[in-house]
Design a protein around this ligand. Structure first.
Ligand code: NI
Length: 161
C-alpha cells in the first residue's frame, strides 16, 4: 500500500502496439491467477493509464482492457463490500455510483463505451481510482482508515503476511 507508484497518477498510453498487447495479456493472467476481477497497471509497477477487468465467472471469461479510461457519466449510489489485490485480506463497505459510462480504448486499440452497473460499475470505478493513485480505503472515514492501517501494521508485525 505504501509503494509510491500506486500513489501516482498514471500516464496516458500513446502507442497501441504489440508490446502493450503482451503486457495486457500478462496482466490478465496475473489477475485470473490471483484470483481477482480487476488489475491496474500501477499495481504491477507500470506507469501507463490502463487496467484489465473481468467480472464474469470462471468458465465464461470476458476479458476487458480499459486504456486511457474516462468516466463520462455516473448515476445512483450503492454501498457494497469491496477489496483490493494490493491490500490482501481486507474488505470494506464502500459507497460508489451504481452506474457508470466509461469511454476507453480496448485491447484491440479500438474506442469503446462501456455501460456498467453492479459489479462491473464498481470494478470500473475501483480500477480508474487506481490509475489516479487512489485506493478504495481512501473513500472511508479517517477513523475507519486508521483502523485498517493499524490492522495491516499489526499483521505485518506478527508476520501474518
Ligand atoms: Ni485494487
Amino acid at each position: 500500500m505504501g509503494e509510491p507508484v500506486l500513489r501516482k497518477k498514471t500516464v496516458p498510453v500513446t502507442a497501441f502496439d504489440e508490446a502493450l498487447r503482451q503486457i495486457l495479456e500478462d496482466m490478465f493472467q496475473t489477475m485470473y491467477a490471483a484470483p481477482g476481477v480487476g488489475l491496474a497497471a500501477n499495481q504491477v509497477g507500470l506507469t501507463g493509464r490502463f487496467a484489465v477487468i473481468d467480472v464474469h465467472s470462471e468458465g465464461k471469461r470476458r476479458p476487458m482492457a480499459i486504456i486511457n479510461p474516462v468516466i463520462e457519466s455516473r448515476s445512483g449510489k450503492i454501498i457494497e463490500e469491496e477489496g483490493c489485490l494490493s491490500i490482501p485480506g481486507f474488505a470494506a463497505r464502500i459507497k460508489r455510483s451504481a452506474r457508470v459510462r466509461v469511454r476507453a480504448i480496448d485491447q484491440n486499440g479500438l474506442p469503446v463505451v462501456i455501460e456498467g452497473e453492479g459489479l462491473l460499475a464498481r470494478c470500473l470505478q475501483h480500477e480508474i481510482d487506481h490509475l489516479n493513485g487512489v485506493f478504495y480505503i481512501d473513500h472511508l472515514s479517517l477513523l475507519q482508515r486508521l483502523r485498517i492501517k493499524r490492522e495491516i501494521a499489526r499483521r505485518k508485525k506478527s508476520k501474518l503476511f
